[in-house]
Design a protein around this ligand. Structure first.
Ligand code: ATP
Ligand code: LTN
Length: 340
């Protein structure tokens, strides 16, 4: 009997990142992090703590360093498994900065000027509209293209950055064939844009000064409940998706993302019930989702040695993968080669 020759299929590769710029929110969790974990079996995942990106906004050094540790601990607490995925720190792999410079020379001023994140952050920090904030997308493109990623799981706000990454990849491939894999975004069907609980026209953001507007992944259960009970809704008192019902739409979206139910099932569940019952149910479901994360986090943050070993080893593995792409790029653009 002849043996069938099975050729191992290369798993598709994922790259994604998060900035260590503060306490991570329920928006970060539902829009991005939850999917990183869900996808780690099927894909070959590399996940970064993006400290180079974080300094596009002024950070306090001691606080930033602490946030890099807490972000790493949180990523492990939500279930990222270093045996399955790579966890890296962006500044540990200098290839990111090097490729960002090269890609920046193939990115147009006009393209960067159209980025809504640049416009938003310039408005928010008028005293510090720095060059890094402007060229941010070239660094993000470098993060992704260095690893020849097929898929990038992000929240809906990052769609424009994925589009410019694809444009840069296609442009470089047209000039120097076969250089980069052109990545696709993965934006989840529920939870891709979690809105502020106080102003549901705005994205939930960790930098919002009103603490009732956002839920941190590490918030205590009583704080989570309080924030949901105070969430802004409307005067209609009907739990259903609708125009002009941004607050309720947002709560339905959050409930759908944490329970896996559809909007129709949720509307049926709360038929004839008021917003009080609904808000309590959403709060409780979020508390139960976050409880195991908080417990695991408390254990992990106490063991700094372990944390450091994980991101150091992950960054070394990432650096070896990144070096291959960078060598190819250096050769194609015409730099002199080390061995010739
Ligand atoms: P900052 O406000 O400091 O720019 P951020 O939370 O927007 O921070 P990151 O921490 O880098 O930015 O975001 C990590 C991931 O979380 C990204 O994929 C982003 O799309 C996603 N994300 C952020 N906020 C939300 C939200 N409100 N809803 C859904 N996804 C979100
Ligand atoms: N800009 C992203 C964070 C980020 C990222 C990346 C996401 C930096 N580099 C590479 C995916 C892939 C944000 O969420 N603000």
């Amino acid at each position: 009997m002849s043996e069938t020759n099975t050729v191992p299929v290369r798993k598709k590769r994922i790259y994604s990142g998060i900035q260590p710029s503060g306490m991570l929110t329920l928006g970060n969790y539902l829009g991005a992090l939850k999917n990183w974990v869900a996808m780690q079996e099927e894909y070959d995942g590399i996940y970064g703590v993006m400290d180079l990106h974080a300094i596009t906004v002024r950070q306090e050094p001691a606080k930033l360093r602490q946030q890099i540790y807490t972000t790493c601990a949180l990523l492990l607490a939500i279930g990222l498994d270093p045996a399955k995925s790579i966890l890296m720190v962006q500044s540990f792999v200098p290839a990111h900065a090097e490729l960002a410079w090269i890609l920046g020379c193939y990115t147009q001023f006009g393209e960067l000027s159209r980025m809504t994140q640049f416009k938003d952050k310039s408005q928010k920090h008028p005293e510090n509209i720095n060059a890094g904030l402007f060229t941010y997308p070239a660094l993000m493109a470098a993060d992704i293209l260095l690893y020849q990623a097929d898929l990038v799981p992000v929240g809906a706000d990052q769609k424009q950055h994925l589009e410019i990454t694809r444009d840069i990849a296609v442009r470089m491939n047209n000039l120097y064939s076969g250089l980069f894999t052109v990545p696709d975004p993965y934006i989840p069907p529920a939870g891709a844009r979690v809105m502020s609980l106080q102003d549901p026209a705005k994205k939930m953001s960790k930098s919002d000064e009103n603490v009732n507007a956002w839920v941190a992944i590490l918030d205590k259960p009583e704080d989570v409940m309080r924030k949901f009970k105070r969430a802004v809704t409307d005067s209609e008192a009907r739990v259903c998706v609708g125009e002009g019902k941004d607050g309720v739409n947002n709560l339905i979206g959050i409930y759908a993302a944490v329970t896996g139910r559809t909007a129709q099932q949720i509307e049926a569940e709360f038929e004839g019930k008021g917003y009080g019952d609904f808000k309590t149910a959403v709060g409780e479901a979020v508390v139960e989702t976050l409880r195991p994360v908080r417990e695991a986090y408390d254990r992990l943050i106490a063991d700094k040695g372990y944390l450091m070993s994980v991101y150091k080893e992950g960054s070394e593995r990432a650096a070896r993968l990144a070096a291959r792409t960078l060598a190819k790029v250096r050769k194609k653009v015409g730099f002199v080669l080390e061995d010739k």
